[in-house]
Design a protein around this ligand. Structure first.
Ligand code: CAA
Length: 258
């Protein structure tokens, strides 16, 4: 598959997708989002890949949905196209862990895309924001919900109502990101994390991701029930036998489903 607006390359056992529309600061136009969805699905289906990294440039992870592309759209156009939902939510259907490696601007849809990934690793120059209010709109790809769940009501309200950006240090304090690293180390650190995940048993990795993400979708009782069932089901895998036998025998496990 030839892509025009992204780069896709497997490094070790990690599928790396780089948003690559530098002249528009990786504004997330329809074509870019379609290509991103295709690349994510391809890596999800590829047994050579155990984890996926989505990244941008040093200046911008993504500066949001493409304002120039959407500025003349009217209500029926966005409504019947299910604008945002249709092309943007592919990342939510990927079973392998997706790490957002964010440097520079992650604004509007860029911040929302990062939050749709399973975790965010931030460079020290990252800036997160939901500045849609400046355009006479509100976040449309889950920002009002995911940002609020990640950082709490007051901070989310402030960012969404005033368009204030949050730098990487504040994003780490607010639990929006897992970790902050120097910008030069961003991709190496994301790859290291991806390799670690890819070295583990794929069913347990996929189910761990499913269980954690369920915490955002359901009640505590239902979430714990789901966790318990997934936990039980892993006892049907050879990797569980291997992982536990290796511990008892004081050796490294050789997981089969990787
Ligand atoms: N859409 C389209 N083009 C964009 C863009 C966007 N979201 N963000 C930047 N660009 C373009 C600029 O128009 C400019 O193009 P030209 O050279 O052709 O003029 C180019 O990228 C470089 O941008 P700037 O000259 O503005 O760069 P800067 O360094 O001065 O400023 C910035 C950087 C602060 C990120 C600024 O570009 C900016 O404010 N961008 C818009 C951010 C924004 O409002 N995002 C929310 C979009 S709406 C949304 O995402 C809805 C949703 O919930 C899904």
């Amino acid at each position: 598959m030839a892509y025009e607006m992204i780069l896709a390359e497997i490094q070790g056992r990690v599928g790396v997708i780089t948003l690559n529309r530098p002249k528009a600061l990786n504004a997330l136009c329809d074509q870019l989002m379609t290509e991103l969805g295709e690349a994510l699905r391809a890596y999800d289906a590829d047994p050579a890949v155990g984890a996926i990294v989505v990244t941008g440039s040093e200046k911008a992870f993504a500066a949001g949905a493409d304002i120039k592309e959407m500025k003349d759209r009217d209500f029926p156009a966005v409504y019947f196209d299910d604008f945002i939902g249709k092309r943007w939510e592919d990342v939510l259907r990927i079973q392998k862990p997706v790490i957002a490696a964010v440097a520079g601007f992650a604004l509007g849809g860029g911040c929302e895309l990062a939050m749709m990934c399973d975790l965010i690793l931030a460079a020290d120059n990252a800036k997160f924001g939901q500045p849609e209010i400046n355009l006479g709109i509100i976040p449309g790809a889950g920002g009002s919900q995911r940002l609020t769940r990640a950082i709490g009501k007051s901070k989310a309200m402030e960012m969404i109502l005033t368009a204030r950006m949050m730098d990487a240090a504040e994003a780490e304090r607010a639990n929006l990101v897992a970790r902050v690293v120097p910008v030069a180390d961003l991709l190496p650190e994301a790859l290291k994390m991806g390799e670690k995940i890819a070295s583990l048993s794929a069913p347990s990795v996929a189910m761990a991701k499913e269980a954690v993400n369920a915490a955002f979708e359901t009640t505590l009782t239902d979430g714990v029930r789901l966790e318990r069932r997934l936990f039980h089901s892993l006892f049907a895998t050879e990797d569980q036998k291997e992982g536990m036998a290796a511990f008892a025998e004081k050796r490294k496990p050789a997981f089969r489903h990787r």
